[in-house]
Design a protein around this ligand. Structure first.
Ligand code: ATP
Ligand code: MG
Length: 496
C-alpha cells in the first residue's frame, strides 16, 4: 500500500469508538510534540492519553503516524511509551461557572479558587454560523474611547483588528473596551497567548480593580505553557464565548495576540515536518485564523439574536503592515485600528493612526446621535495634520487657516485619552456637538482634558437626558440643547 492509499484508507475508515485500534507507541518526542505509530484510526483533534496520565491532542495525521501536541508536561514520556485513544474530541467547560475565573485553555483553574463549576462541555472546534443564521451588525459595542467610538465604531458581531508595533498601547485599547463594559450586558473574554505572566497579571488586576470582573473570563496560556495549550487557547476561549452568544447574550473576546498564535502554529508544524510556506508558516495558517474569526457573528432573531464581537490583536515590525500574518489578519477582519510607534513616542495616547485605521462596519453600528456629530471629524483632523506640516514652514498666516489649525488642535485634544478613563457615549456626543458649534475654539488644550471629566457627572445627573442616556439613537433639538447646556455649565466652572 502506498502512503497515499494508507491515508485514504484512514480517512475512509476513521471512526471513534470501541472497534478502533486503541493503543500506539511514541516514536519521537520533542518540544511538546509527540509522534506516535500505531493509531491508524485516530482523528484530528482527538485526545490521547499517556501512561503518565498526561494528555495530548492529535494535531496532524500522516500516512503511518500521527502527531499530537501535549497539553501536560512531558515528564516520564519517551520513545517507546504507550499511548491510548480516548475516543473524545477536545472539549472545554462552558457556562456561568467560568465568569470571574482565570483558567487555562482546558478550563483548569489558574486562580487557586478550585475547579470550575461546569454544567456542560462543548468541543473547541465548532462550525461558524451559516450566512442564513446571521444578521446585520447594527448595534454598537461602546468602548468608551472617543477615537474608536466616534471614528472607527465597532459593532456587535464585528471583528476589528488592533494592530501595531511592540509597546504602542494595543492591549490598553482592548482593556479599556473591556473596562467600559462595567454595567453593560456584555460578557468579556480575554485570551492571553504566549505572553509574560506579569503582563497578563496586570490586565487581570486592572479588570478586577475597575472593570466587570464578575462577567469576564480570562483564558491564559503564557509563554511558558506547552505549545499545545498556546495553540488551543483562542479556540477554547471562543467556544466559551459562543455559549453566551448562542443563548441570545452578547460577548466580547480579545485575542492577545494572534501573531504569537501564528508563531506557535508554525512551531508545531515545523516540529511535525510539514512543508513550510511563506515566512516558514505552514500553508494552512490563513485558513486557521479565518476559521477562528468566522465564529464571531451577530445571530439572526431566529437564532436568538446574540452576538460575539472579536478584537484580535496583532504585532507588526517596523511599521510593516504588509507582512504575511498582518495582511492575512487584515483581510479576514472587518477593519483595523492601527497603533503607531511614532505617535506613541510623540506622547499621543491612544496612539491610533487615523489615516491607516478603518472600520468596515462603523457608521452602521454607531448610535445615531454620535453619528450625527462625528461625520466630519476624521476629515477635519486629517486636513489639520496635513496643514500643520506646511504651517511649520510659516507664511500661512490668514485667519481662516489659523481657525482651522485651532479647530484641529482641539480635535486632537478630544481624541487623546488617558487609559482607564472611559467616556460614556452621551459625553462624547456633547463634546463633539460643542466642537461643531465652535464652543471649544477658545478653550485651552489642558482645559479640554479637564472638561471631559467634569462633564461626566453633569450629564449623568441631567434629568432631561434620562431617555437619551439609555438610547442615544438620535440627536433631536431637546437632547442637543440639554447636552450643550451641560457643556456650557462645565465650561463656566473653568478648570477645577
Ligand atoms: P506589547 O507589544 O508589549 O503587547 P502593547 O502594544 O500591548 O505592548 P500596552 O501594554 O497596552 O502596549 O501599553 C504600553 C505602555 O503604554 C503601558 O505601560 C501603558 O501603561 C502605556 N499606555 C498605553 N495606552 C495608554 C494611554 N491611553 N494612556 C496612558 N498610558 C498608556
Ligand atoms: Mg500587549
Amino acid at each position: 500500500m502506498t502512503g497515499l492509499d494508507a491515508l485514504k484508507a484512514r480517512v475512509a475508515g476513521a471512526k471513534l469508538g470501541p472497534e478502533a485500534e486503541e493503543t500506539g507507541t511514541v516514536t519521537r518526542i520533542a518540544d511538546g510534540l509527540t509522534e506516535i505509530a500505531g493509531l491508524p484510526e485516530a482523528q484530528a483533534g482527538e485526545i490521547l492519553i499517556f501512561g503518565t496520565g498526561a494528555r495530548a491532542f492529535v494535531q496532524n495525521l500522516d500516512a503511518d503516524a500521527v502527531q499530537a501536541a501535549l497539553l501536560d508536561p512531558m515528564d516520564g514520556i519517551e520513545a517507546g511509551s504507550t499511548v491510548r485513544r480516548s475516543g473524545q474530541l477536545l472539549s472545554v467547560p462552558v457556562g456561568e461557572g467560568l465568569f470571574g475565573r482565570v483558567v487555562d485553555p482546558l478550563g483548569r483553574p489558574l486562580d487557586g479558587l478550585g475547579p470550575v463549576q461546569a454544567t456542560e462541555f462543548l468541543e473547541t472546534e465548532r462550525p461558524a454560523p451559516d450566512i442564513i443564521e446571521r444578521d446585520f451588525v447594527d448595534e454598537p459595542v461602546e468602548t468608551g474611547l472617543l477615537v474608536v467610538d466616534a471614528l472607527f465604531a465597532v459593532g456587535r458581531g464585528q471583528r476589528e483588528l488592533i494592530i501595531g508595533e511592540r509597546q504602542t498601547g494595543k492591549t490598553s485599547i482592548a482593556l479599556d473596551a473591556i473596562l467600559n463594559q462595567t454595567g453593560s450586558d456584555m460578557v468579556c473574554i480575554y485570551v492571553a497567548i504566549g505572553q509574560r505572566t506579569t503582563a497578563v497579571r496586570r490586565v487581570i488586576e486592572a479588570v478586577r480593580d475597575r472593570g466587570p470582573f464578575v462577567r469576564t473570563i480570562f483564558v491564559v496560556a503564557p509563554a511558558s505553557a506547552e505549545p499545545g495549550l498556546r495553540w488551543l487557547a483562542p479556540f477554547a476561549a471562543t467556544t466559551m464565548a459562543e455559549w453566551v452568544r448562542d443563548r441570545g447574550g452578547h460577548a466580547l473576546i480579545v485575542y492577545d495576540d494572534l501573531t504569537k498564535h501564528a508563531a506557535v502554529h508554525r512551531e508545531l508544524a515545523l516540529l511535525s515536518r510539514q512543508p513550510p510556506g511563506r515566512e516558514a508558516y505552514p500553508g494552512d495558517i490563513f485558513y486557521l485564523h479565518a476559521r477562528l474569526l468566522e465564529r464571531s457573528a451577530k445571530l439572526s432573531p431566529a437564532r436568538g439574536g446574540g452576538s460575539l464581537t472579536a478584537l484580535p490583536i496583532a504585532e507588526i515590525e517596523a511599521g510593516n503592515l504588509s507582512a504575511y500574518i498582518p495582511t492575512n489578519l487584515i483581510s479576514i477582519s472587518d477593519g483595523q485600528i492601527v497603533t503607531s510607534a511614532q505617535l506613541f513616542a510623540a506622547n499621543q495616547r491612544p496612539a491610533v493612526d487615523i489615516g491607516l485605521s478603518v472600520s468596515r462596519v462603523g457608521g452602521k453600528a454607531q448610535w445615531g446621535a454620535l453619528k450625527a456629530v462625528s461625520g466630519r471629524v476624521r476629515l477635519d483632523y486629517a486636513q489639520y495634520l496635513e496643514m500643520k506640516m506646511f504651517a511649520r514652514f510659516g507664511g500661512f498666516g490668514d485667519a481662516a487657516m489659523k481657525a482651522r489649525l485651532a479647530r484641529g488642535e482641539r480635535i486632537g485634544a478630544l481624541l487623546a485619552q488617558p487609559r482607564f478613563e472611559p467616556l460614556p457615549t452621551p459625553v462624547q456626543i456633547a463634546l463633539l456637538a460643542g466642537l461643531d458649534q465652535g464652543l471649544l475654539d477658545g478653550v485651552s488644550l489642558p482645559a479640554i482634558a479637564a472638561l471631559k471629566q467634569a462633564l461626566i457627572p453633569l450629564i449623568a445627573a441631567e434629568p432631561a437626558l434620562a431617555a437619551f442616556r439609555a438610547r442615544p439613537a438620535k440627536l433631536d433639538d431637546a437632547a442637543r440643547a440639554a447636552l450643550i447646556g451641560c457643556l456650557r455649565q462645565a465650561l463656566a466652572r473653568g478648570p477645577a
